[in-house]
Design a protein around this ligand. Structure first.
Ligand SMILES: [Zn+2]
Length: 285
């Protein structure tokens, strides 16, 4: 049994902010990578205790965040994808029985979302067919298109609520809880990147204990219950809103595909100014 694991860094217990932990030159970057890799290993151990045998770990953090030397030996690592064909981030690499997320953060604008963002900190909202989705929702839709069920996800408390709203029945583990209650919709990207750093974290070993147990439960339940697919009918329309910058008002980008979410997410996006008469402009108020 083979499981796909998408990873990110911002949703890991002990990863306190973006500036000091998540960027290439961050002082605690290597420590953050170790914390993530050990959370991934805990999930692998939990899945293996319930019968899984093979794993592909897709390192989805912008700068990369898996320490391959520390990664469980039952896993392969996928990292770097062709520029115009990044989606679905190796979910099409042969057969997968299930998909899981470790260290994921909530979508942009999430109240009590720790270091929440969607792709980059300049994105204010990202919607597909009117459903606001973050990075989890985008890949969960790709997985569903390929018939792969999303069964387990970890991150901050607000992220686990986002995952459960999009994929009813998914097993989740919260490893910290954000405490910022202002969504920060008006902030430009740089300020927004530092806006959601307040949180209360589990001690990492306790986080890993819960992840190990949660992964085991997810796989045991997946054998008995049918959950994990997102149902969204074609055609597909993507609408994104970018935050204002010093020099530019809020802007919007769009894409459309008649049949495939994956193909749509790979399309180049045209960015246009958001006119005040556009109904979307209300969303930026
Ligand atoms: Zn990231």
């Amino acid at each position: 049994m083979r499981i796909y694991i998408m990873t990110d860094l911002e949703g890991v217990a002990g990863v306190l902010d973006n500036e000091n932990w998540c960027e290439w030159e961050s002082r605690y970057y290597e420590s953050g990578k170790e914390l993530l890799t050990r959370e991934v290993n805990a999930a692998i151990e939990g899945f293996m205790s319930a019968g899984a045998t093979e794993f592909l770990v897709a390192d989805g953090h912008g700068w990369g965040a898996i320490n391959l030397a520390l990664l469980h030996s039952a896993a392969e690592l996928a990292r770097n994808w062709p520029a115009s064909k990044a989606y679905p981030f190796s979910l099409d690499d042969g057969h997968f029985d299930y998909a899981a997320w470790i260290g994921q953060h909530p979508k942009a604008g999430t109240i009590r979302g720790h270091v929440c963002h969607t792709g980059d900190f300049d994105v204010r909202d990202f919607s597909i067919n009117g459903v606001s989705v973050g990075e989890f929702g985008q890949i969960a839709l790709c997985a569903s298109e390929l018939g792969v069920r999303s069964i387990f996800a970890t991150g901050c408390q607000a992220f686990t609520e986002e995952a459960k709203a999009l994929v009813p029945g998914i097993e989740t583990v919260a490893v910290k809880r954000g405490t910022q209650t202002d969504p920060g919709h008006h902030l430009p990207a740089a300020a927004y990147g530092k806006h959601n750093i307040a949180a209360i974290h589990l001690q990492p070993e306790e986080a890993r204990r819960r992840i190990r147990e949660g992964a085991r439960q997810a796989l045991l339940r997946a054998g008995k219950e049918s959950f994990g697919l997102m149902h969204m009918a074609p055609p597909y329309d993507l609408v994104g809103i970018l935050r204002a910058t010093e020099n530019e008002p809020p802007r919007t980008f769009r894409a459309h595909h008649d049949k495939s979410v994956i193909a749509m997410l790979n399309m180049s996006r045209t960015i246009t100014p958001l006119k005040s008469a556009d109904p979307l402009a209300m969303a930026t108020k």
